[in-house]
Design a protein around this ligand. Structure first.
Ligand SMILES: C[S@@+](CC[C@H](N)C(=O)[O-])C[C@H]1O[C@@H](n2cnc3c(N)ncnc32)[C@H](O)[C@@H]1O
Length: 312
């Protein structure tokens, strides 16, 4: 199933806070769910992608939330899937039977389809590839357009480009980790194992390319589902964020409107921002904050917006 994007993209309005917004925020202090920054090394790394804005660090909170859902949901829906760590965790840890992943990026979507449907071939290609600068350049410059070759190229770009960025204009890292160059991000055996493990669960995953807001609308009445919604969010002044994804702007107001019609539990994640808080409070959603480290290693808070109140 392929969802064809239909929405006109708009960026979120960044108007200054009105008096009523300020008052609302003062009368609704947002509880801190966790002040402890998660060490991602303590979380099972199941995705072969090192995805910008990836939520591996949020996995402990996602698990806690899923474990408490009663009745147990059958279907995990991730409309802005990126590296898919939330869906992989939900299925492989047995919190749900199936996951439906969606992303608008065609190259990423092609890679996910290849991981799920051409698992062994991709794993073998990963194992046999030697990431010398010449070999990497040859793959990047190869205009072979088969889905398989392009999936491998996307995976390679994700691994060796700065910040895991696959969008056009991303640069390739030079020194890599501890000066080990491109190979420092190409753990062939580990990546091949992750791909094969995902392949062994393939019948539990469905991947669609399309618009996340349309997907929310399509499944809004499904009570036996659960939604994890992590949209691209580039607030005013955060120009760098715009380079992270090929598709990086959505109509957040209309996403919130769609989510308010959802019958199943949901969790949305956002940078802490007054406009976002306002959109959530206006719809009676629950807010909490979780400590995290950004890419510059500064500790900050991420907003969790949920259908039900979360407890620490
Ligand atoms: C913040 S990232 C998701 C990261 C993911 N949660 C993870 O852990 O890797 C947002 C994703 O939304 C995708 N995206 C952007 N616009 C979209 C749209 N309209 N519909 C679906 N996906 C979209 C981007 O391609 C990007 O992969």
């Amino acid at each position: 199933m392929t969802l064809i994007p239909t929405k006109t993209e708009e960026s979120i309005s960044q108007a200054p806070l009105s008096h009523s917004q300020t008052n609302r925020r003062q009368s609704h202090p947002i509880p801190i769910l966790s002040n402890k920054v998660v060490n991602v090394a303590s979380v099972p790394q199941r995705s072969p992608l090192r995805y910008p804005g990836g939520k591996t660090w949020l996995v402990p909170q996602i698990r806690k939330w899923l474990a408490k859902l009663d009745p147990r949901p059958e279907l995990f829906i991730e409309p802005f899937a990126g590296g898919g760590i939330a869906s992989l965790t939900a299925v492989m840890d047995g919190y749900v039977d199936r996951a439906l992943l969606c992303d608008r990026d065609p190259e990423l979507s092609n890679l996910w389809r290849c991981i799920l449907n051409d698992t062994d071939r991709l794993a073998q290609q990963v194992e046999s590839f030697s990431p010398t600068p010449d070999n990497v350049r040859a793959v990047f410059d190869d205009d072979n357009t088969s889905d398989f070759e392009s999936a491998f190229r996307t995976l390679l770009r994700n691994r060796v480009n700065r910040g895991g960025i696959i969008a056009k204009g991303a640069s390739t890292m030079n020194k890599g980790e501890n000066g080990n160059g491109l190979a420092s991000r190409w753990y062939a055996k580990t990546l091949a194992t992750r791909i094969r493990t995902i392949g062994s669960y393939a019948k539990h995953f469905e991947y669609v390319r399309g618009d996340g807001i349309d997907l929310v609308e399509r499944y809004q009445d499904r009570q036996s589902a659960v939604f994890f919604i992590d949209p691209p969010y580039t607030a005013a002044g955060k120009r760098a964020g715009k380079r992270l994804y090929t598709f990086n702007e959505i109509d957040h107001e209309s996403l919130f409107e769609r989510v308010s019609a959802v019958k199943a539990p949901f969790m949305m994640t956002y940078d802490e921002n007054d406009e976002v808080i306002d959109m959530a409070l206006r719809r009676g959603f629950h807010l909490s904050r979780v400590a995290m480290k950004n890419s510059h290693h500064t500790v900050m808070y991420e907003l969790l917006i949920t259908s039900q109140k979360l407890s620490p």
